[in-house]
Write a protein that binds this ligand. Structure first.
Ligand code: A3D
Length: 311
C-alpha cells in the first residue's frame, strides 16, 4: 500500500497548521508548496516540523517546495493558496486575484495529481471550489470545499459554551454557502441525543445562530490582521483523513449538487459521506418552508459569486 502523500498548496497560517496536524496524526508524507519568494519559508517550516517528529513519535517525511512536480502522485491535496484582502482592495479585486491563483493551482494539480481528492479552502470559498472544478475538469465528486465542517464546529462550540457541556456531545448541521447567508439548522441540533430546543430558550438559540454566521468576522476583528487558522486547518484535515482512511464520515462540505435539494450545477454546503470515493453521497434532509427559503437565499449568494468568476 505504501505511504500516503498529502499535498498542501499555500504555506501560510492554515498550511503550516495542517502540516503539523497531518504529521501528528501520521496521515502520511506531507509536501508544503508556496510561491518561489516563499521557498525558504516553507522549507524552514517543514524542517522545524521535522524536528518535532521524535517528540510526537511520528515518521512522516515533511518537505517544503516551490515545484509542483514534487506533489506528483499525491493522494489528497488541500489548497489555501491565495491573498487576503488588503486595505483599499475591493471584493472584486480579491476575487480576480484569487481566481488567477486557483486557476494556476488547478491546472498544476490536474497535471501532477489527477487521481487525488482535492479540498479547496481559499476564499471566497463557494466560487473558488467551482472555479477549481471548471479549470481542472477533474471529476466533481473528487473536489470539495471546506466550510461546513468549520461552520458546524463553531455552532457546536457555542452550544457547548452556553450549556457548559462538552461540544463533543453536540450534534449539528449548517447548510448553505460559506458566509452570512449560511443556514444553521438549529431545529435538528441535539445535545447528547436531546433536542437543543428542550435545553435552551429560542432567544439563546437565535443568538448562537447569529454568532455562528458571524464567527469568521469575530475572529478577524480580534486578530487585527489575517483570519482564523487553527479551526479551518483542523476542519480541512478531518476531511482529508476521512478520505485517506475511507472512514465514510458524514461531514458538511461544499459538494457539487446534481439535483439534491433541488439544486443543480453548484457547490454548496451539504452533509456528505466522505470516504475512499471522495464525496460518495450527498445526504438530503427534509426542510421546513422557512429553511428552504433560507437555503435558496444562500444559493442566490453562491450563484452571484460564481457568476463573478465568468466561468
Ligand atoms: P495566508 O497565511 O496568507 O496563506 C496563504 C498562502 O498562500 C501564502 O503563504 C501565500 O504566499 C500563498 N500563495 C499565494 N499565491 C500562491 C500561489 N500562486 N501558489 C501557491 N501559494 C500561493 O492565509 P491563511 O492560510 O490564513 O488562509 C488561506 C486562505 O484560506 C485564505 O483565502 C482565507 O480567506 C481562506 N480561509 C477560508 C476559510 C473557510 O472556512 C473557507 C477559513 C479561513 C480562511
Amino acid at each position: 500500500m505504501g505511504r500516503k502523500k498529502i499535498a498542501l498548496i499555500g504555506g501560510g497560517q492554515i498550511g503550516g497548521i495542517m502540516a503539523l496536524l497531518a504529521a501528528q496524526r501520521e496521515m502520511g508524507d506531507v509536501v508544503l508548496l508556496d510561491i518561489p519568494e516563499k521557498e525558504n519559508v516553507v522549507k524552514g517550516k517543514m524542517l522545524d516540523l521535522t524536528e518535532t517528529n521524535p517528540l510526537f513519535s511520528s515518521s512522516s517525511c515533511l518537505t517544503g517546495t516551490k515545484n509542483y512536480a514534487d506533489l506528483a502522485g499525491a493522494d489528497v491535496t488541500i489548497t489555501t493558496a491565495g491573498l487576503p484582502r488588503k486595505p483599499g482592495m475591493s471584493r472584486e479585486d480579491l476575487l480576480n486575484i484569487n481566481l488567477q491563483i486557483i486557476s494556476e493551482v488547478a491546472t498544476n494539480l490536474k497535471k501532477y495529481c489527477p487521481d487525488a481528492f482535492h479540498i479547496v479552502v481559499t476564499n471566497p470559498l463557494d466560487s473558488m471550489v467551482f472555479a477549481f472544478m471548471k479549470v481542472s475538469g477533474l471529476p466533481k465528486h473528487k473536489i470539495a470545499g471546506m466550510a461546513g465542517v468549520l461552520d458546524t464546529a463553531r455552532f457546536r462550540s457555542f452550544v457547548g459554551m452556553e450549556l457548559n457541556v462538552s461540544p463533543k456531545d453536540v450534534s449539528a448541521l449548517v447548510l448553505g454557502g460559506h458566509g452570512p447567508t449560511m443556514v444553521p439548522l438549529a431545529r435538528l441540533a441535539t445535545v447528547g441525543g436531546i433536542p437543543l430546543s428542550e435545553l435552551l430558550p429560542q432567544e439563546k438559540i437565535d443568538a448562537i445562530v447569529y454568532r455562528t454566521r458571524e464567527a469568521g468576522t469575530e475572529i478577524v476583528n480580534l486578530l487585527g490582521s489575517g483570519s482564523a487558522y487553527f479551526s479551518p486547518a483542523t476542519s480541512a484535515i478531518e476531511m482529508a483523513e476521512a478520505y485517506l482512511k475511507d472512514q465514510k464520515r458524514i461531514l458538511t462540505c461544499a459538494a457539487y449538487l446534481n439535483g439534491e435539494y433541488g439544486i443543480t450545477g453548484y457547490y454548496i454546503g451539504v452533509p456528505a459521506i466522505i470516504g475512499a470515493g471522495g464525496v460518495e453521497k450527498v445526504l438530503e434532509v427534509k426542510l421546513t418552508d422557512s429553511e428552504k427559503a433560507a437555503l435558496n437565499n444562500s444559493l442566490e449568494a453562491v450563484k452571484k459569486a460564481v457568476a463573478e468568476t465568468k466561468l
